[in-house]
Design a protein around this ligand. Structure first.
Ligand SMILES: *Cc1c(COP(=O)(O)O)cnc(C)c1O
Length: 365
């Protein structure tokens, strides 16, 4: 059996360091907002080449607070891709605004900048660019569009820490960038955690305030915020893992290269890495016209797979469902995508076994 993901492999070589890091926090008895979190904020800001990192409770809260911090509120519309994890849109509702769904580029799953431009109204305030599966959205085009229409740009980099576009890291292209440290993400905590990255002093100050009850200092609450702070245990774990991130990214890229080579010539669409994007392959997601049958065959051959995501965002019951005619690429993607195992610590024989199984299932053995 080849699992879709096995996080115990990541932890095996790090156990002693992780235990020491969490013991350090326990002994310090500082658990919420402390030196580990501040160090992690500085390290991740430096990785993106921006001045501020603000640790929060999850990637979802990072998006939710970043939206408010860049000025999104009731009455505003925010452009977001029709194909993503639900949080790329639900957080817009949480911020009191209205998500306006934009169909995606079928090759990269990023929001299509031309379709985004057509969706702009007098109320549009911001655009959320999602680096889905670890492939950066076309940030030059998104930035140009935002400048033409006076929009704020938010990067949803929950799946793309360490990726870059035109040699510039994700996080350096926007007013605010959101990271998720959900355990299965490329940089995963031992629980929930997230971060906002920004080069803007005003956005950083606002997120800092909003993550702690809108506290303007000394129990003086100036606006409605959340209770969403990064805890020291998670920060300490993440700092140990951050030192491995570049090596793990190389592993993801190597697995992707093996799949690209091994799966060539099949009736299946492989993911692209479209220059000048540098993909981190958080997920290696193929497309197949008979996805469910392929997934079943692979399961029978002992290969775990997953579907990210079986419904486009506007197709979710939360958003009313439907819209096949309005967002055809998002709907087609939701029927065709299948993610193959791609995780740090995967063994060569497992990678080759996945290739053999997919070739067999696709009749190209
Ligand atoms: C995981 C994820 C989020 C939310 O992050 P959480 O830490 O789970 O709250 C948001 N957007 C995308 C694209 C994600 O993959």
């Amino acid at each position: 059996m080849i699992p879709f993901i096995d996080l115990t492999r990541q932890h095996a070589g790090l156990r002693a360091e992780l235990v020491a890091a969490t013991a350090r926090v326990l002994d310090s008895a500082r658990f919420v907002l402390g030196p580990e979190g501040e160090a992690l904020e500085a390290e991740l800001a430096a990785l993106a080449g921006v001045r501020h990192g603000i640790g929060v409770g999850s990637g979802t809260d990072a998006l939710r607070l970043a939206l408010t911090a860049v000025g999104v509120g009731p009455g505003d519309e925010v452009l977001t891709p029709a194909f993503s994890f639900v949080a790329s849109a639900s957080t817009i509702l949480m911020a009191g605004a209205v998500p306006v769904f934009v169909d995606v580029d079928p090759a990269t799953f990023a929001l299509d900048p031309d379709a985004a431009e057509r969706a702009i109204s007098a109320r549009t305030r911001a655009v959320v660019a999602v680096h889905l599966y670890g492939h950066p959205a076309p940030m030059d085009a998104v930035g140009a569009l935002a400048r033409r229409h006076g929009l704020a740009v938010i990067e949803d980099a929950a799946q793309a820490v360490g990726a870059s576009y035109a040699g510039r890291p994700v996080g350096a292209w926007s007013d605010a960038t959101c990271l998720s440290f959900y355990p299965t993400k490329n940089l995963g905590a031992a629980g929930d955690a997230g971060m906002v990255l920004t080069d803007r002093d005003d956005v950083a100050a606002r997120v800092r305030r909003l993550r702690h009850h809108g506290d303007g200092g000394r129990y003086r609450h100036v606006e409605l915020g959340l209770c969403s702070r990064l805890d020291e245990m998670q920060a300490a774990v993440l700092r140990v893992k951050l030192r491995r991130l570049a090596a793990w990214t190389d592993e993801h890229r190597r697995i992707a290269a093996c799949y690209d080579e091994g799966l060539a010539g099949l009736l299946l669409v492989r993911p692209v890495e479209r220059p000048p994007a540098r993909h981190v392959y958080h997920l290696y997601t193929v497309r197949h016209p008979d996805r469910d049958h392929l997934a079943k065959q692979l399961a029978d051959l002992g290969v775990g797979t997953a579907v990210h995501y079986p419904l486009p965002v506007p197709g979710q019951p939360l958003f009313g469902g439907g819209g096949e005619g309005r967002w055809p690429e998002a709907w087609r993607a939701s029927r065709e995508v299948l993610s193959l195992p791609c995780f740090a610590g995967m063994r060569d024989e497992e990678i080759h076994a996945v290739v053999r199984a997919v070739r067999l299932a696709c009749g190209g053995a």
